[in-house]
Design a protein. Structure first.
Length: 279
């Protein structure tokens, strides 16, 4: 990762776009867990006081992508307040995702998270929702590519160590919802409503993942593969991966009551772990 030809090629071009204050590499490539076909997730940080030159960014992108006529670079804010905007690109056969982030808004969100003030928001692309702590996790895990004024370095410094107040807030926010969601699913058993039961099961497992990441002081920035990662944490649920697989097998075969019993056993385990942690 010390010398990536694609990043070496595109970083200086993006850095010349007016309004871009810093550029970071995120996702699995920043964490060192990528495989050869993994996307490049690139964050473009801008100051609210300096407009990001979207027209110039579009010109730069068109000059480096494989299919210039197929790309679309969005205005800031088109994808909502949390994903914000950017572009999905293919450069040299590699998928490259650009995402905008406001330096000021990220800094404010990090400070709120550090004090235990977190939020959960509806967001397409995030089936469970977008937790505001994701922005803090993005900064904590990113690899700076262009940071001339040290804005990313300063933000990074505020993400470590993992804040105890945020840890406790995440546990309290998501722990109670696991059992609540299971009970909600159980109301659909007499109707055999597979869709509702499966949706509740996913939500309960997503909440369980949030709690496990918090218990281990780990930032959760995406629901994808979260439980697989959590299964290897020092503090985790015994046989988590196989029990989750059994749960989905039971739902898939219409054995809804047995599936929810499996989910209840997982909830029991995480509740005991959380209670001892918050005591």
């Amino acid at each position: 990762m010390s010398h990536d030809p694609l990043l070496t090629r595109i970083t200086p071009l993006l850095a010349d776009v007016p309004g871009i204050a810093a550029i970071v590499l995120g996702g699995s490539r920043a964490r060192g867990t990528a495989h050869d076909a993994s996307d490049y997730d690139i964050g473009l940080y801008h100051a609210d006081s300096a407009d990001l030159d979207i027209d110039r960014l579009r010109e730069v992108v068109k000059a480096i992508v494989d299919e210039p006529d197929a790309i679309r670079v969005t205005p800031v804010g088109e994808w909502g307040p949390w994903i914000v905007g950017g572009a999905w690109l293919v450069i040299g056969g590699r998928k490259v995702d650009l995402l905008y982030r406001s330096i000021e808004k990220v800094a404010e969100t990090i400070e709120a998270c550090r004090s235990g003030d977190i939020g959960m928001y509806y967001q397409p692309g995030h089936p469970h929702g977008f937790c505001s702590a994701i922005w803090m996790g993005e900064v904590a895990q990113c690899r700076p590519l262009h940071d001339p004024d040290g804005v990313i370095a300063a933000l990074k410094a505020s993400t470590s160590p993992y804040p105890r107040a945020m840890r406790d807030a995440l546990i309290r926010r998501f722990q109670w919802e696991i059992l609540f969601t299971i009970e909600n699913a159980e109301t659909a058993l007499p109707r055999g409503d597979s869709t509702h039961i499966a949706g509740c099961a996913y939500r309960a497992l997503a909440c369980l993942g949030q709690v496990l990441f918090a218990l281990n002081g780990q930032y959760l920035i995406n629901e994808k593969s979260a439980l697989t990662a959590a299964a290897s944490f020092p503090v985790t649920i015994q046989s988590l991966t196989s029990r989750v697989a059994d749960l989905w097998r039971l739902i898939g075969s219409g054995q809804h009551e047995a599936a929810l019993q499996t989910l209840r056993s997982l909830e029991h385990d995480i509740r005991e772990m959380s209670a001892s942690s918050l005591a």
